[in-house]
Design a protein around this ligand. Structure first.
Ligand SMILES: [Fe+2]
Ligand SMILES: [Fe+2]
Length: 505
């Protein structure tokens, strides 16, 4: 069975990206944008080994030219922009199949290092111009002046058909930060708790054997994709609070959020990220068939009980087959059966008959383990901090987990995920509220400290990427703590209604 993500014809309503493009336009840009990025990558690598006139170089450059001509003919322009770790072709965000992640990561990284936001290629371009551009681009050392140096080199080499634009921080965005932040918090809270409530209903109705409201769940996951594509920090923060009363339901929502984050960072199409979210949300739905005495048992299960427990995978399919939108539930059925199958074929149920472990299932396995491990009240005897859970996942990469999924997950979560309680080098205790985006800053997120002044809670945001005039980092994390070890309430930071009286410093 092919485990690539397919787009069914009926998914058109899901893919409306409000950019005025038809599904055919988007399919064209996806296919040709992906090919262009891969070919530019191949050409850039070849030019490191051979000169411009070499036959191998000429061959890869001819392929680049072919892609450019095709795009130019239909679109009339070629504008490649990097934004939030994605590449956009003529403002269309190019989704990427996992096997092509490398070339995209390469270009996003190389452009970022040279502060190049966009590359524009004109219709009069030539093989020589492209070749010269790629080799000059590679020769320029990363840094602040890199972009203007590229411009100068292009001018000196008389390349007029290609222009680069330097990344500029947009002042307009900054003025709105505060308002946007509040909106994101409220919107994240609204969607998160609605989905938790829905899962409460779904799991209850499963017990009462009513019909599963797949479409309603789908609407909520679509709203979550919108949030994740904008600013996921608040949703991750909510997912890090594990001591809600309704944790059983929240677990499904957390796995859904984490899976969609992975899917989004893999650059899957928006509609596919939503499908993944829905499947993740339903992964444990078969547990409604398992008696509560077994589910909530804190002691060791008997062999018989354990065998029954393992059956929640098949019960999931049974439950989903009763859904009111069967076609929408197909991905969920695969995930329900496969989410406990390990990458190395251990786990359960046993893989027989040659069926493939699907990408959605491999993603949900990582998300499921991470959420379960960090919710120690339910599943663990000892408290585990998020960074320890990540370490476990990293140590079992290629064994329990798909290494590619692990890599994307860790890039997205940072070494100290949002919600981690940390101690800083000057003794302050804080909570990680957002990542700094850059791979080199995985251990330097933004931390918020909360201290009480009288009855008021005063919050301070500390960016650990900040350096002093000598170039040394101002603050550093010394260790992660478990929430049971400190007196800090993450609810204060991530819940909408309790934050209104906290003052931002
Ligand atoms: Fe499960
Ligand atoms: Fe689970």
């Amino acid at each position: 069975m092919d485990d690539r993500i397919h787009m069914g014809a009926g998914e058109a309503t899901l893919t409306a990206d409000d950019d005025g493009r038809t599904p055919e336009d988007r399919a064209f840009l996806k296919q040709n944008g992906e090919a262009l990025v891969i070919r530019l990558f191949a050409a850039s690598k070849t030019l490191r080994l051979y000169d411009l006139n070499n036959r191998a170089t000429q061959r890869v450059l001819a392929e680049v030219m072919e892609s450019l001509a095709r795009i130019m003919e239909r679109e009339g322009r070629i504008f490649i922009r990097s934004s939030n770790d994605f590449l956009l072709l003529n403002e269309y965000r190019i989704p990427v199949e996992p096997q092509h992640y490398g070339p995209f990561e390469f270009w996003v990284g190389e452009m970022k290092k040279r502060e190049v936001e966009a590359i524009e290629i004109g219709s009069m371009t030539s093989t020589k111009d492209i070749g010269t551009f790629l080799s000059e681009f590679a020769k320029v050392e990363p840094g602040e002046n890199a972009c203007s140096e590229i411009e100068q080199r292009l001018k000196a080499a008389e390349v007029e058909s290609i222009a680069v634009t330097r990344y500029i921080e947009r002042a307009t965005q900054l003025t709105d930060v505060k308002r946007v932040k509040t909106d994101v918090r409220q919107e994240s809270n609204r969607v998160y708790f609605r989905t938790v409530a829905l899962m409460g209903n779904v799991l209850r109705t499963a017990e009462e054997k009513q019909i599963l409201q797949v479409r309603k769940a789908k609407r909520l996951t679509q709203q979550m994709v919108d949030i994740i594509q904008g600013d996921e920090s608040m949703l991750l923060g909510l997912a890090s609070i594990k001591n809600f009363d309704a944790y059983t339901f929240a677990h499904c929502v957390n796995v859904c959020i984490l899976s969609m984050l992975i899917g989004d960072r893999m650059r899957l199409e928006k509609a596919d990220v939503a499908r993944l979210g829905l499947a993740a949300l339903m992964h444990d739905i078969g547990k409604t068939y398992i008696p509560a005495t077994i589910l909530n048992s804190t002691g060791k299960l008997t062999d018989r009980e354990w065998e029954l427990m393992k059956y929640h995978t098949f019960f999931g399919v049974k439950e989903l087959s009763r859904a009111n939108a069967l076609r929408e539930a197909v991905d969920s059925m695969f995930v329900a059966v496969q989410h406990h199958v390990h990458y190395n074929d251990n786990g359960y149920p046993q893989r027989t008959g040659g069926w493939k472990l699907r990408l959605f299932s491999r993603i949900v396995t990582v998300a499921d383990y991470y959420d379960a491990m960090t919710a120690w009240r339910i599943y663990q005897k000892e408290p585990i901090t998020p960074d320890q859970a990540l370490l476990f996942i990293l140590q079992n990469s290629g064994n329990i987990f798909d290494p590619f999924v692990v890599k994307v997950f860790i890039h997205a979560m940072g070494l100290y995920p949002v919600g981690t309680v940390v101690e800083l080098d000057q003794g302050e205790i804080g909570v990680v509220t957002r990542q700094n985006g850059d791979v080199k800053l995985l251990h330097r997120p933004v931390v918020e400290t909360v201290r009480n002044e009288g009855d008021r809670a005063v919050r301070e945001a500390i960016d650990l990427a900040e350096r002093d005039p000598d170039g040394n980092y101002v603050r550093t994390i010394t260790r992660a703590l478990h929430e049971s070890q400190v007196d800090i309430d993450r609810r204060l930071i991530f819940l909408a209604d309790t934050t209104s009286d906290a003052e931002q410093v």
